[in-house]
Ligand binder design. Structure first.
Ligand code: CTP
Length: 424
């Protein structure tokens, strides 16, 4: 691949603002006498003709000082730095990440790597898969050629995820989850030896901290092909190796998102290819009992919002028989469901075995939860309700009246309030 081809790709693929920034950064690097490369995911995605999110640049030299020079020249800002010689610059709302080229050494499985400054070849060799280990020089003008020491272009063409060496997953087992994510995102397959190594190294996931595991799991949950990722994760034994409570979760999500013969698909699905990450999390939790849910919350060190989705989904699942009753009034339904996180209700609406439960939960999600009285706290005070907890209680009663159709207008709400006050 020669520079002109790649330059063409850059020019046709990158929006004007980002392109201008990349070109200027290359020009400044040339003037400063430092080598600057576009690397990793951006090169992979450009070659695949896919939209690219982050632009990562690697500097053979000091990333922070080059970032300062670029930012100054373009009247932009260096918005963050870190202890690993990386800097983010922002110019007119467009950002670039600059990293000092480095080599990495893993002292033990799962530990964060020890880092030393290195050259571009070292920097490519510290990476995970061949398709992520290509770099394109921005400082060499028309002579530049793509650096591709691990034959990433050939693997892009063959549709293969291939590790750089046989300790890739031992060094950092989060790469097991990355491999599955890329494979399904790109519609690729694991190269045979890579699959063997991945299966061999599944126990290495135990060396990964809860925070890192959760971040990788979140990346799965955010992918458009989330369902396929979990299904493949089951097939490779990855889900169960992340945590025993997740074994088989691909099948659970798949079944819930393709309800066979239910004849009823909640509007939650309409117009979307994939669901919100928290709804997928709820679907994972749906298959668990309380103890398994608590163990997963602990292992992944879940923050409160995650933990609430897991706990609420499991609790709601146990209430489903009661929520299947067609004679429940709207206000009873509201009271039963409003305290749960919305994602938990959405997950149960998809996964519930009974059509009546699904209908009731969907009625809550689509209609009931949005119903409020017209009168507000101030109106109630004007009508003579004393300030304090009574206000909240009265508003809740008014909401129930609205939900059950006892009042349908402002004047009816006022009349009802007056009758309650008179009765007190
Ligand atoms: N990398 C790695 N091992 C990891 C994480 C990252 O080797 N556990 C390397 C990969 O070579 C990757 C680069 O660091 O290309 C940057 O990581 P990241 O931003 O996560 O990857 P992208 O390729 O940009 O992925 P995505 O498209 O998912 O953002």
């Amino acid at each position: 691949m020669v520079y002109l081809d790649f330059l063409q790709l850059l020019e046709t693929s990158l929006p004007a603002g980002r392109l201008a920034l990349v070109r200027t950064a290359g020009q400044i690097a040339l003037e400063e006498g430092v080598s600057l490369y576009l690397v990793g995911g951006a090169v992979r995605d450009l070659l695949l003709g896919r939209p690219t999110e982050d632009l990562d640049l690697v500097v053979e030299g000091d990333a922070e000082s080059l970032a300062s020079i670029i930012a100054k020249r373009l009247s932009g800002q260096v918005v963050s730095r870190s202890q690993f010689s990386t800097a983010k610059i922002k110019v007119d709302g467009v950002s670039l990440d600059l990293i000092t080229a480095r080599s990495e050494h893993y002292s033990r499985p799962g530990a964060l790597p020890q880092i030393a400054h290195g050259n571009m070849e070292d920097d490519l060799a510290r990476r995970d898969f061949s398709i992520n280990s290509m770099a394109f020089p921005l400082h060499t003008g028309a002579k530049g050629q793509l650096l591709d020491p691990f034959d990433g272009q050939a693997d892009l063409q063959r549709g293969l995820i291939r590790v750089l060496h046989d300790k890739i997953f031992v060094d950092d087992a989060t790469r097991i989850m990355r491999a599955v994510r890329y494979e399904q995102r790109l519609g690729f397959r694991l190269e045979d030896d890579t699959e063997t190594l991945l299966r061999r190294d599944l126990p290495m996931l135990d060396t990964i901290s809860g925070d890192r595991l959760r971040r990788e799991l979140q990346l799965w949950l955010k992918e458009e092909r989330c369902v396929e990722i979990f299904v493949r994760g089951d097939q490779l034994g990855v889900t169960g190796a992340i945590h025993p409570s997740l074994a088989g979760s691909g099948e659970v999500i798949k079944k819930a998102t393709n309800p066979v013969g239910a004849g009823f698909k909640p509007a939650l699905w309409e117009g979307t290819r994939s669901l919100d990450e928290y709804v997928y999390l709820g679907l994972l939790a749906y298959a668990m009992d309380t103890l398994e849910g608590e163990r997963l919350i602990g292992r992944l060190r879940m923050p409160p919002r995650w933990a609430a989705v897991v706990r609420d989904t499991i609790a709601l699942k146990h209430k489903l028989p009661r929520l299947s009753d067609a004679s429940l009034s709207p206000s009873q339904l509201y009271e039963a469901l409003a305290p749960s996180s919305t994602a938990a209700v959405q997950a149960c609406a998809l996964a519930a075995p009974s059509g009546e439960a699904r209908r009731n939960l969907t009625l809550f999600l689509e209609k009931l939860r949005h119903i409020k009285p017209v009168l507000g706290g101030k109106d109630l005070i004007e009508l003579g309700v004393p300030q304090g907890p009574d206000i909240g209680e009265m508003l809740a009663r008014l909401r129930s009246a609205r939900l059950d159709g006892a009042v349908t207008s402002r004047s009816e709400e006022v009349a009802l309030m007056k009758s309650w006050l008179a009765a007190q």
